[in-house]
Design a protein around this ligand. Structure first.
Ligand SMILES: *[C@@H]1O[C@H](CO)[C@@H](O)[C@H](O)[C@H]1NC(C)=O
Ligand SMILES: *[C@@H]1O[C@H](CO)[C@@H](O)[C@H](O)[C@H]1NC(C)=O
Ligand SMILES: *[C@@H]1O[C@H](CO)[C@@H](O)[C@H](O)[C@H]1NC(C)=O
Ligand SMILES: *[C@@H]1O[C@H](CO)[C@@H](O)[C@H](O)[C@H]1NC(C)=O
Ligand SMILES: *[C@@H]1O[C@H](CO)[C@@H](O)[C@H](O)[C@H]1NC(C)=O
Length: 333
């Protein structure tokens, strides 16, 4: 396939002379998808394989290197029709095809948990295949738009969001102009198989990431363009604070190996600027990377740090962006 050969999109080289000469180069390349678009979010398994991504046609794909590319790993909908669904990115077909959004492995078991906008919390067993639906409601209220997900690797607890309790996938146009505050953060406990509401009243809960020590979890509130810190343990348990308001629309948030968090932020005017912004658990902005115009779409859905790379998600592109930066101090030897 011609697309397979797409690789290096750009190399920027910058010099700065103070305090020490530094050579800084960045590369944005694409991992092509097989005739499908919309790789929203990413996960890597315990063996370092991936990225795994849920695409617009309801499948979960896994990348197996540049020769093989992406192959099918599984899907979320129990009634998915391959003939009808493969290659689509239609919202109208989502009730048949499924619409996977946030996803993450529990490393100890190899189970892949997925927040599916139609099918709720779904788990694909180790090795892949058809997902098992684990929850469609919490606290007696049905999910409307399950969206972001993260797994606490020390307990196996799965945290995920219902972006809104009012608007569903067909109604996202109305949602973005609303002042909806019916988003919820939900927890699934794999030991009891129970779901419970951790926090409600969220303004478009589009992203979530748990801290390294499990003491707090960050939630993006898209409609208020802010990140909220919710304490899960200790004396402040169940209380929250707003850490930071973004210029632009934040979507998913992912923790890196150092314990910081990358937020995908999209600015639409005066020019489209698609950013990755790194913050710490106190909400301090540590770094901003601009992927525009090479990452050429309207929105970056996730900036996923893994092995010195940032994996970039979108609603409509036919590839996964991979951004890498190289820094070398010229007086180093
Ligand atoms: C799947 O979709 C195709 C195309 O619409 C249709 O012809 C076929 O009958 C469907 N299969 C099932 C099992 O529903
Ligand atoms: C969203 O809700 C509306 C009204 O309740 C319904 O007509 C539509 O089918 C729903 N869309 C999806 C994708 O579930
Ligand atoms: C949302 O709130 C803003 C500011 O308070 C207001 O101008 C706007 O009309 C509200 N939108 C809706 C859909 O209620
Ligand atoms: C925390 O909040 C949840 C949901 O509002 C509630 O069910 C739970 O009892 C609260 N826990 C504590 C320790 O206050
Ligand atoms: C970005 O995409 C638009 C529309 O597809 C196209 O017109 C434009 O040339 C692209 N820009 C770059 C820098 O590739």
């Amino acid at each position: 396939m011609a697309l397979r050969t797409m690789s290096i999109l750009s190399i920027f080289i910058l010099f700065s002379s103070f305090p020490s000469p530094i050579l800084c180069a960045s590369i944005l390349r694409g991992l092509p998808l097989p005739l499908v678009t919309g790789p929203l979010a990413f996960a890597f398994d315990a063996g370092g394989h991936g990225p795994y991504t849920g695409v617009g046609d309801g499948r979960i794909l896994v990348y197996q290197g540049s020769i093989t590319g992406f192959v099918e790993y599984g899907h979320t909908s129990p009634i998915r029709n391959k003939t009808l669904c493969d290659g689509t990115n239609s919202v109208d077909l989502a009730t048949i095809c499924g619409k996977p959004s946030g996803l993450g492995f529990y490393d100890k078991t190899g189970e892949l948990f997925i927040a599916d906008s139609i099918y709720g919390l779904v788990m694909i067993p180790p090795g892949g295949g058809v997902g098992k639906q684990l929850a469609t409601s919490a606290g007696g209220v049905a999910f409307r738009l399950p969206d972001a997900l993260d797994v606490d690797q020390s307990t196996g607890d799965v945290y995920f969001t219902d972006l809104s309790g009012v608007y569903n996938l067909s109604q996202t146009g109305d949602l973005v102009t609303s002042n909806d505050t019916s988003g919820r953060l939900i927890k699934y406990d794999p030991k009891t198989k129970q779901v419970s509401v951790v926090f409600d009243g969220l303004a478009g809960a589009s992203g979530t990431a748990i801290s390294e020590d499990g003491s707090f979890i960050l939630v993006i509130e898209l409609l208020k363009t802010q990140v909220r810190k919710i304490w899960l343990k200790g004396p402040k348990k169940n209380t929250s604070e707003v850490l930071l308001t973004f210029t632009g629309s934040p979507d998913k948030i992912r923790r890196n190996i150092a314990g910081d968090f990358w937020v995908a932020v999209s600015i639409s005017s005066p020019n489209v600027e698609l950013l990755g912004q790194r913050i710490n658990g106190d909400g301090k902005l540590l770094e901003t990377v601009n992927f525009s115009p090479k990452f050429n779409t309207t929105m970056v859905t996730e900036v996923h740090p893994y092995n010195n790379g940032l994996y970039l998600g979108s609603l409509d592109l036919n590839y996964v962006g991979v951004y890498r930066e190289f820094k070398r101090y010229l007086d180093d030897n």
